[in-house]
Design a protein around this ligand. Structure first.
Ligand code: HEC
Length: 407
C-alpha cells in the first residue's frame, strides 16, 4: 500500500514519547517519580514509562496525578503542577495510539535531578546523631530531637529540606527554630530522640516541614528565614509503624545567604483545639480567625487536618471590605499535605481578619474514617483531629514574631 500524504501527516502528528510526553514527565512528574522519591515507580525513560502508559493516562485524565487539591476557581499558585487540557490530551492520545517511542533526537535535554537533595548541594547538612528505632506496630508518641548544631551568628536561610532516613515510617516532620531565650524543651537532652515531659506546643518559628508531597522551603528572591545567633534547631517527627521494624536517621539540609535579605519570612498559624466532632457527622464545620497585628505580605498557605478532614478554606476580610476567599482545598486529602504558594504575594493590611474554616467527614461514607461511632476531639494522633491553618508571611527583615504581634 502506498502511503497517502494524509497517512504521513497523521503519523507526523501522532504523539511520541521523546517529543511530546517526556517534556511533560520532566516538568510535572519526575520530581516524585524518580529513585529515592515518593512516587512508586520512576518515570525517567521510555522503558520506565511504557508499561505504565495506561495507568498514566487514567491518572492524568482523572486529574489524580499530579496531586493538587486547590479549587481552580479560587486563587493562583506558583507551585500548581496541574496539567493543561492540551497536555492531558497529548498523554491520552499517546497511550491510546500505542505509546510510541519516537526518536531520541526529539527528546528535550535530560533533566539533571540532584542525587538526594532537592535543594541542590546544601551549605550545611545536620543529621540526627543516632537512629530512632521504630517498632513494627503500635502508636508512637511524637519524637523530638534537638539537633547538635551551634549558631554563633545570625544566619539567613534561603532553602531548607528535611530528608527522612526512612520515608515509609515518617508521617511528618517539622523543623523548629528555638531561639536563645526560649525555655521550650530547655531541660531536654541534645541529640537524642525524646518525648517531652513538659509542654510540647511552641511559638517557635518553623523552618521546614516534611510531609509527602510537601516541597522543600525555597524562599522567594529578597526573602529568607532567620536562624538568630544562639538558636537551636528542633526536629519533631511523627513516626507511624509500617508492620516491620525500622530505623530512621533524618537529615536536614540548609542553604544560606551571607547578607540580610529585604524581608524575613515567618510561619504563623491560626488553629482551633476546642472542637467536638459528633459521631457520624458528615459535614462538620470548625472555624478560627485572627486579626493581623501589622501589615504583612502573605506568601503561601498550608492546611492541616487528619483522616476526617474533608475541606479547608482561608478567607481574608479587610477592614471595611468584603470577605474574599484565598484558598479552597477540596477534597482535602490527609495523605497529601500540600503547601499552596501564591503566584503573587498578597498584602494583608493591619486589622484585616484572616479566617480559616475546616470541614470534617466523620460519617461511615468516609472510607478513611477510623471510627464513625466516635466523637472526635483535638489530638496529635491520626485518629484524633487537628485544625491548623499555617501561613507564611514576609515582614521587614528586622522584625521578630514578638515585634510582629505588638499592636
Ligand atoms: C508530589 C509527588 C508526585 C507527583 C508530582 C506525581 N506523582 Fe504520581 N504518584 C505519586 C505517589 C506517592 C503515588 C502512589 C500513591 C498514590 O497513588 O496516591 C503515585 C501514583 C502514580 C500512579 C499510579 C501507580 C500505580 O501503582 O497504579 C501513576 C500512573 C502516576 N503516579 C503517574 C504520575 C504522572 C504521569 C505524573 C505527572 C503528570 C505524576 N504521577 C506526578 C507521587 C507523585
Amino acid at each position: 500500500m502506498n502511503s497517502s500524504p494524509l497517512a504521513i501527516l497523521l503519523f507526523a502528528v501522532q504523539p511520541t514519547f521523546y517529543r511530546d510526553v517526556l517534556p511533560i514527565l520532566q516538568d510535572r512528574c519526575q520530581s516524585c517519580h524518580r529513585p529515592g522519591e515518593i512516587g512508586p515507580m520512576p518515570l525517567l525513560t521510555y522503558g520506565d514509562a511504557r508499561p505504565w502508559a495506561k495507568a498514566i493516562r487514567e491518572q492524568v485524565k482523572r486529574r489524580k496525578m499530579p496531586p493538587w487539591f486547590a479549587d481552580p476557581a479560587v486563587g493562583r499558585f506558583s507551585n500548581d503542577p496541574s496539567l493543561t487540557a492540551t497536555q492531558i490530551e497529548t498523554i491520552d492520545r499517546w497511550a491510546v495510539e500505542g505509546a510510541r517511542e519516537g526518536f531520541p533526537a526529539d527528546a528535550p535535554p535530560a533533566r539533571r535531578w540532584a542525587q538526594g537533595w532537592n535543594i541542590g548541594v546544601p551549605d550545611a547538612v545536620i543529621a540526627m546523631p543516632q537512629a530512632f528505632h521504630v517498632p513494627p506496630t503500635g502508636v508512637v508518641d511524637y519524637q523530638f530531637v534537638i539537633l547538635p548544631a551551634k549558631f554563633d551568628e545570625d544566619l539567613w536561610v534561603t532553602m531548607a529540606e528535611i530528608r527522612p532516613g526512612d520515608r515509609r515510617v515518617i508521617h511528618h516532620a517539622v523543623l523548629y527554630v528555638r531561639e536563645r531565650d526560649s525555655d521550650w524543651l530547655r531541660d531536654e537532652p541534645v541529640g537524642v530522640p525524646f518525648v517531652p515531659q513538659g509542654k510540647r506546643v511552641t511559638t517557635s518559628d518553623i523552618l521546614a516541614i516534611y510531609t509527602p508531597g510537601h516541597a522543600p522551603m525555597v524562599a522567594p528572591a529578597g526573602m529568607a528565614k532567620k536562624i538568630p545567633a544562639g538558636a537551636s534547631l528542633v526536629l519533631q517527627i511523627h513516626y507511624t509503624p509500617s508492620g516491620k521494624p525500622a530505623a530512621d536517621q533524618t537529615r536536614v539540609g540548609l542553604a544560606f545567604q551571607s547578607s540580610a535579605p529585604e524581608r524575613r519570612i515567618l510561619t504563623l498559624q491560626i488553629n482551633s483545639t476546642a472542637f467536638r466532632i459528633p459521631a457520624g457527622a458528615g459535614h462538620y464545620r470548625v472555624t478560627a480567625a485572627g486579626t493581623l497585628p501589622n501589615d504583612a505580605l502573605l506568601l503561601g498557605m498550608f492546611p492541616h487536618m487528619h483522616l476526617r478532614g474533608a475541606e479547608f478554606e482561608y478567607e481574608v476580610n479587610a477592614p471595611g471590605g468584603i470577605a474574599e476567599t484565598l484558598l479552597h482545598v477540596k477534597p482535602y486529602d490527609f495523605y497529601w499535605q500540600i503547601y499552596y504558594q501564591l503566584a503573587a504575594p498578597r498584602l494583608l493590611r493591619k486589622g484585616a481578619q484572616l479566617r480559616v474554616t475546616a470541614w470534617y467527614d466523620n460519617s461511615p461514607n468516609n472510607p478513611r474514617n477510623p471510627d464513625p461511632g466516635e466523637e472526635v476531639t483535638y489530638g496529635e494522633q491520626s485518629d484524633e483531629e487537628m485544625m491548623v491553618g499555617f501561613f507564611d508571611v514576609a515582614v521587614p527583615a528586622g522584625a521578630t514574631k514578638e515585634l510582629f504581634f505588638k499592636r
